[in-house]
Design a protein around this ligand. Structure first.
Ligand code: PMV
Length: 351
C-alpha cells in the first residue's frame, strides 16, 4: 500500500491520444460527472507527449510544478495543472511534497483549432499513475492502473477520461453496460473489426479559439429546456450505436454519429444565451458530405466536437477514394487546405 520514501528523483513519460465522442457528453453535475453516457473513438495521430520530472521539494503539503509546452514555459497551462494536481491529492497522495517539471508537446500543429485537453490531461494523469507505482502496489494491476488514470483524467477534463483505452471507450453510468461508471471510463470491446481501423480526418475550417468554452457550454445545459429529453435520447442512441458497432452496421453507425453531432450544436443554439460554434464552411462541408454520399454511395459520414471543424468518418477500405475527394473537394473549404489525417488507434504508450 502507500509507502513513503525520503528523497526521490526521476522521470516518467507518456504519449496519449485525443478522442472523438460518437455519442456525446454534454451537460455535467457535481465534480465533473456526466449527465449521460458517451462512447468514443480513441485517435492515433493527434496526441500529446508529456515527460514529467519529479523530485522531493520544500513544500511538504502541496505539489509544485513548472510546465513547458514545446520548449517554452507556459504559465497559464501550468496554473491549470497546478490546480488540477492539488485537487487530486486524496486520490494521488504520493504527489504531496513533490516538485514537478513537465515538458509537453502536441503532434498536431499550433492553433489548428483542435483542443488538446483530452490528450494533454490524460498524458499528465498517466504520468501521475506511473509515478504512483512506487508508492501504491495496487497500481501494478493493469486494470486498476487505467481505472485510476481515467478517473484522474476526468477530473482534469471530462472527455479526457476516455483517452486512456485503445479503440473505443465508454464513460458514464448506463444500465446497458454493467461495469460502466460516472467516475471513470471503461474500455469498450464489443465492436466489429471494421471500426478498429476507422478513419477520422479532421477538416480544419477555423483555427480560432472557441467563443464559448466547453465549461460554459456544459453549464448552460442546466437551464436548457430540452436537457432531460436530451439525456434520455443519448441513452437510446447509445443502445442503437452499441448494436451497430457489434454488427458492423456502418450506415447505422454513421447516422447516429451525424445525429449526435447536430444535436450537440442544436443544444448550443437553443441555450440561453444561444450561441453558434459552426462556421459557414462547416455547413457547406456537411452538405457536401451528404451529397457525395448520396451520389457515390461511399460510406462517408461526419461528426463535430464543440467547435466548427468537421470530422470525416469512413472505413479503411475506401481510403484511396476519400483521399482523392479531400484533395479535390473538401480541402477547398479548409483554412490553408488543412486536413489532419487520423485513425482509430491503440491507445496511450509510455516512452
Ligand atoms: O471534456 P470537455 O469538458 O471539454 O467536454 C467536451 C464535450 C464534447 O467534446 C463536446 C463531447 C464529448 O463527449 O467529448
Amino acid at each position: 500500500m502507500y509507502k513513503k520514501q525520503k528523497r526521490m528523483q526521476g522521470s516518467v513519460a507518456w504519449q496519449s491520444p485525443s478522442n472523438l465522442a460518437i455519442t456525446k457528453y454534454w451537460g455535467k453535475y457535481g465534480v465533473q460527472l456526466p449527465r449521460n453516457p458517451s462512447l468514443s473513438f480513441t485517435l492515433s495521430n493527434a496526441h500529446t507527449r508529456t515527460k514529467m520530472d519529479y523530485k522531493t521539494g520544500q513544500d511538504k503539503d502541496a505539489v509544485n510544478l513548472k510546465f513547458y509546452f514545446e520548449g517554452k514555459e507556459n504559465e497559464a497551462f501550468g496554473k491549470r495543472v497546478f490546480l488540477f494536481l492539488n485537487s487530486i491529492l486524496d486520490l494521488a497522495p504520493w504527489l504531496r511534497g513533490l516538485e514537478l517539471s513537465f515538458a509537453s508537446e502536441n503532434s498536431f500543429p499550433h492553433s489548428s483549432g483542435i483542443a488538446s485537453s483530452a490528450s494533454g490531461m490524460s498524458a499528465i494523469a498517466l504520468c501521475v499513475c506511473s509515478l504512483g507505482k512506487l508508492f501504491d502496489d495496487r497500481l501494478n494491476d493493469t486494470a486498476y492502473f487505467y481505472k485510476l488514470a481515467s478517473n484522474l483524467s476526468r477530473l482534469g477534463s471530462g472527455s479526457a477520461s476516455r483517452s486512456v483505452y485503445p479503440y473505443m471507450a465508454l464513460w458514464g453510468e448506463t444500465d446497458l453496460v454493467h461495469d460502466s461508471s460516472n467516475e471513470h471510463a471503461i474500455p469498450y470491446h464489443d465492436i466489429d473489426p471494421v471500426f478498429k481501423s476507422f478513419h477520422d480526418d479532421i477538416l480544419i475550417v477555423s483555427r480560432k479559439e472557441k467563443s464559448v468554452s466547453s465549461t460554459a457550454g456544459h453549464a448552460l445545459m442546466d437551464d436548457n429546456i430540452y436537457a432531460d429529453k436530451r439525456y434520455e435520447q443519448a441513452e437510446q442512441r447509445l443502445d442503437l450505436l452499441m448494436a451497430a458497432l457489434r454488427t458492423g452496421d456502418i450506415p447505422q453507425f454513421g447516422k447516429i454519429a451525424e445525429d449526435e453531432a447536430l444535436t450537440l450544436h442544436a443544444l448550443m443554439m437553443c441555450s440561453n444565451p444561444s450561441y453558434i460554434l459552426m462556421e459557414a464552411e462547416s455547413i457547406s462541408l456537411i452538405k457536401k458530405i451528404r451529397e457525395i454520399r448520396q451520389d457515390t454511395k461511399l460510406p462517408i459520414y461526419f461528426s463535430l466536437d464543440a467547435g466548427p471543424n468537421i470530422h470525416l468518418l469512413y472505413p479503411d477500405e475506401i481510403v484511396d477514394e476519400v483521399k482523392q475527394l479531400e484533395k479535390d473537394v473538401f480541402s477547398q473549404f479548409c483554412v490553408d487546405g488543412l486536413i489532419i489525417e487520423d485513425q482509430v488507434g491503440s491507445g496511450p504508450k509510455p516512452f
